[in-house]
Design a protein around this ligand. Structure first.
Ligand SMILES: Cc1cc2nc3c(=O)[nH]c(=O)nc-3n(C[C@H](O)[C@H](O)[C@H](O)COP(=O)(O)OP(=O)(O)OC[C@H]3O[C@@H](n4cnc5c(N)ncnc54)[C@H](O)[C@@H]3O)c2cc1C
Length: 403
């Protein structure tokens, strides 16, 4: 039987990972069904940073001009010490010879999801089905996988030649295939609040992305279109109601930039912070990608970006198999190794280290951390090395060397 088989490839979840994977495969002529449990695409406050290698990949699908139009190019980002006022500023032009996109793009992830679904609607061999909630994997055999899906007409069995679980951290594909999601969840949650307040007028030299250390409370200040988003850690002893209350968010914003009167608050989100990786990304004809396969804290912006790198790696394996250049089992197992080892060895370690670094309370250690950033930012060679690592260029390259 020709690859991938007579049934379509079913991609579960129309988030950035499922959307991009479905689009890539559909454009290459594969029959694709993309299942999304929501009735319409959610516009939630989640990832907003696209790193250079992700943009280089999305460019291959022709998506970058529209994303750039909808987002904000940030060519410098900062580590700021509020106590001393010192600023270490990294200029991404140092990596201009390594990428077509030597900047971060600040753009909400839901905008990419919408673009993918719009593009898929133009492709005859692709179907996007909203209000289709994947309940479980029923079974798989030599030619395909059967899944149970809750639809507006009731529960249905659907069959795919392959089923890809890209439905986020609570993936039912992963859970009902018996795959483990090992790791841990931090006791504290992160709070994100957005405001139209012009922080740039009150915090000198503010860049589009700023990691701010402070003896009492660190935070991340990000620009996204006409809003600033601020991410704060919280205490595990406080209730969700308190953490999401106006008075609590006002206090936190006033601590960052004291001003007369209240802040106007836009969105607010409180979320659990996990560090987990599935024990395998493949079991037979079932594959995992994105948050369903791995999850990490958002410091460094590597969750969605890592998921997009999964999507491209997996799509390339499907193409290679169809063209007869790769053997099916070897190629899909290689996808698992390349992406899982990358998540475990780099993304988990780096994101855990990023969180520890931001949380550091010891004044001497804080001073040393800032001095290290300042030294690297000021030296073009060191800055380039730093940026190749933090922009995920190195890790994507290294992932393809794993055999
Ligand atoms: C506040 C916050 C900030 C973040 N910032 C960044 C950042 O700056 N950079 C970064 O790289 N990452 C960031 N992340 C992480 C990033 O949001 C995720 O890694 C990313 O959303 C993963 O994409 P995904 O497509 O795998 O899953 P998701 O985005 O979770 O998409 C899953 C999709 O599947 C659908 N779905 C769920 N269950 C089912 C089901 N049973 N059946 C059918 N459909 C289903 C959902 O409705 C959703 O549309 C952040 C996360 C948070 C919470």
């Amino acid at each position: 039987m020709s690859f991938p088989g007579k049934d379509p490839i079913i991609v579960c979840g129309a988030g950035p990972v499922g959307g991009v994977l479905a689009l890539y495969l559909a454009r290459e002529g594969f029959n694709i069904v993309l299942l999304e449990k929501e009735k319409t695409l959610p516009e939630d406050l989640r990832a907003s940073t696209f790193h250079p290698p992700s943009m280089d990949m999305l460019d291959r699908l022709g998506l970058m001009p529209r994303l750039i139009e909808l987002g904000l190019i940030v060519s410098k980002y900062q580590y700021r010490d509020r106590r001393t006022g010192e600023i270490a500023e990294f200029d991404l032009s140092h990596i201009k010879d390594e990428t077509k996109h030597p900047y971060r793009l600040q753009c909400e992830q839901w905008r990419l999801n919408k673009i993918c679904c719009e593009e898929l609607s133009k492709i005859p061999n692709a179907k996007v089905l909203f209000d289709h909630d994947v309940i479980k994997v029923i079974d798989q055999d030599a030619d395909g996988v059967n899944i149970l899906v809750k639809t507006p007409e009731g529960e249905k069995t659907m069959r795919g030649s392959y089923v890809i679980g890209a439905e986020g951290a609570n993936s039912m594909v992963r859970q009902t295939s018996g795959l483990q999601y090992g790791g841990f969840t931090y006791p504290e949650k992160f709070l994100v609040a957005s405001t139209p307040f012009p922080f740039e007028k009150f915090l000198p030299r503010l860049a589009g992305v700023n990691y701010v250390s402070d003896p009492d409370e660190w935070c991340v200040v990000l620009r996204c279109n006409n809003l600033w988003r601020v991410l704060f850690p919280t205490s595990p002893n406080d209730s969700n109601e308190k953490l999401l209350s106006d008075s609590h968010i006002q206090d936190r914003l006033q601590h960052l930039a004291p001003k007369k009167g209240d802040y106007e608050i836009g969105h607010r989100t409180l979320y659990n912070v996990h560090q987990r990786v599935a024990d395998t990304y493949r079991t037979g004809r079932i594959l995992l990608a994105g948050d369903s396969a791995h999850i990490n804290n958002p410091l460094g912006g590597m969750g969605m970006n890592g998921g997009l790198h999964d999507a491209f790696n997996l799509a390339e394996k499907f193409l290679g198999i169809r063209e007869g250049k790769l053997e099916v089992n070897a190629a899909l197992d290689l996808y698992d190794r390349q992406r899982r080892l990358t998540a475990t060895k780099f993304v988990q370690e780096q994101s855990i280290a990023n969180k520890k670094l931001m949380e550091e309370k010891d004044p001497d250690a804080q001073k040393k951390r800032q001095a290290d950033f300042m030294r690297q930012a000021a030296d073009p060679g060191l800055a380039k090395k730093f940026l190749l690592r933090t922009s995920m260029i190195n890790v994507v390259r290294e992932s393809y060397t794993i055999q």
